[in-house]
Design a protein around this ligand. Structure first.
Ligand code: ATP
Ligand code: TYR
Length: 465
């Protein structure tokens, strides 16, 4: 039987528990494998261990870890899926460890990458460690304060940095005591290695050794905290397997790895920082409004799955939400619930309030409201808006501005559409092509101008000072 069917069967056996859950504030059992019902696990290994894992989880509280390399100063929505998974473990009574890769980040994980990462300065790595540790602490704190109403307190998340155990390790000792357990054939067979070996850029020995470092991390956490579970996105399969192998050879303990599906873009690209399409969890990189809007824009075909991934709402209630949503999809009820949950978890009540207030600006067509937005916020508010930087010139006319902003293919079209009434500046229709662009009228106090052509083509002009 395939692992999926095996898990499915086991999860079906647990399903009667789910029916008894009246509130989404808590889970009644320690069996987190039920998250399979939410689509939150892709694979488990060893691949026949689902029954054993369920028994272990039900028998006692376990320790689980997931790692994040400090390759940016903030985590993003892709990483949030891993954090959601960890939160479910915490809600189920387990000890959660979030590892920040101060050591592994210096090498760079080759998984899912076409070329080596550019080396980062230590000061930058340190800043990144602070940023992502702050994200993790904030999310766990918001969860406990806003989503957890049980009397029983949850076990606080532990944040560890693997530089702590690598900084004093001697290379020779490491190769002798850890390196000897790694088999070259197995290491070479990893997809992350094969893809790169067959590419033009090839792979350095340092990157090749990455799996040894992540493997040893798990060994270390097992020895120190009895951590028997590691989770990560499906791109982490090879690295998790390396630790599993090491522990199998060096100890007599049983450990288990679980992978999660990757959140991808419409074109199937992994959503994250390397692909350059991240929505960040730090307010200074993506505002609470941008995060909220990102989820509000979820396609109808995806919203059911994202409610399962990014909220704690029980599945039965999610189905009810979807039934109501399908009756009136234009009201975006499901998207609003999703956006509200995620924004509250990531930015707290205050962040959610700001996001909702800013959203209401979209429906309130005053200049005061518009000028309270930043250029980035306007671009995300007016979906697909083009951002253009223009040097202000005295005497610039509406026609000249429309051409500089590339709103029209040529002057004839510009004159035709503007005079016909299809051109708007800051929500005001402008039909006089000779009107002079004036600060305070056309240029808002935030140094921006919003242009609309026709019903929904937006341009945001940022005036360079
Ligand atoms: N789009 C995604 N969907 C699900 N999990 C993800 C996604 N992106 C990252 N993760 C997971 O988050 C964890 C930490 O990943 P990491 O910090 O290396 O970020 P990353 O975005 O994968 O980095 P990069 O894009 O630079 O490769 C890993 O378990 C990884 O699989
Ligand atoms: N390799 C993981 C991060 C990580 C680092 C160390 C670990 O022990 C575990 C995970 C990633 O790049 O996504």
């Amino acid at each position: 039987m395939s692992i999926r069917r095996h898990l499915w069967r086991l999860c079906t056996a647990c399903r009667h528990d789910l029916k008894n859950i009246r509130t989404y504030k808590t889970y009644k059992s320690r069996n987190v494998l039920r998250l399979y019902d939410r689509g939150m696990f892709q694979d488990i290994f060893p691949d026949t261990s689902a029954g054993e894992v369920i028994d272990l989880l039900n028998a006692s509280s376990q320790t689980v870890y997931a790692g994040f390399d400090p390759t940016a100063d903030s985590l993003h929505v892709g990483n949030l899926l891993v954090l959601m998974n960890l939160l479910h473990w915490q809600r189920s009574g387990h000890q959660v460890i979030a590892l920040v890769g101060g050591a592994t980040g210096q090498i760079g994980d080759p998984s899912h990458r076409k070329s080596a990462r550019t080396e980062m300065e230590q000061v930058l790595i340190n800043e990144n460690i602070k940023g992502i540790s702050r994200n993790i602490r904030t999310i766990f704190k918001n969860h406990e304060e806003l989503f957890w109403e049980e009397k029983k307190t949850v076990k606080p998340v532990m944040i560890v940095n693997n530089i702590e155990w690598y900084k004093d390790i001697n290379a020779l000792d490491f190769l002798r005591s850890v390196g000897r357990y790694f088999r070259l054939g197995t290491m070479l067979s990893k997809t992350s290695v094969q893809t790169r070996l067959n590419s033009e850029t090839g792979m350095s020995f340092a990157e090749f050794s990455y799996q040894v470092l992540q493997g040893y991390d798990w060994f270390h956490l097992l020895e120190k905290y009895n951590c028997r579970f590691q989770i990560g996105g499906s791109d982490q399969m090879g690295n998790i397997d390396a630790g599993f192998d090491l522990i199998g050879r060096a100890t007599d303990k049983r450990v288990f790895g679980l992978t999660l599906p990757l959140i991808t873009t419409e074109s199937g690209e992994k959503f994250g920082k390397s692909a350059g399409n991240a929505i960040w969890l730090s307010e200074n990189k993506s505002s609470s409004f941008q995060l909220y809007q990102f989820f509000i824009r979820t396609k109808d075909s995806d919203v059911h799955q994202l409610l399962k991934f990014f909220t704690f709402i029980p599945l039965g209630r999610i189905s009810e939400i979807m039934v109501a949503h399908k009756k009136n999809p234009e009201q975006r009820t499901a998207q609003k619930i999703l956006a509200e949950h995620v924004t509250r978890l990531v930015h707290g009540e205050a962040g959610l309030k700001t996001a909702q207030q800013t959203t209401s600006i979209l429906y309130d067509k005053s200049i005061e409201s518009l000028s309270s937005l930043s250029a980035d916020e306007m671009v995300s508010a007016f979906q697909g808006a083009t951002l253009i930087e223009i040097l202000p010139e005295p005497g610039l006319t509406v026609l000249q501005l429309s051409l500089k902003a590339n709103c029209f293919p040529d002057e004839t079209n510009a004159i035709r559409i503007i005079t016909a009434g299809g051109f708007y500046i800051n929500h005001q229709r402008i039909q006089n092509i000779e009107e002079i662009i004036t600060p305070g009228v056309h240029i808002m106090p935030n140094n921006l101008t919003m242009i609309r052509v026709g019903k929904k083509t937006y341009y945001i002009v940022k005036w360079i000072s």
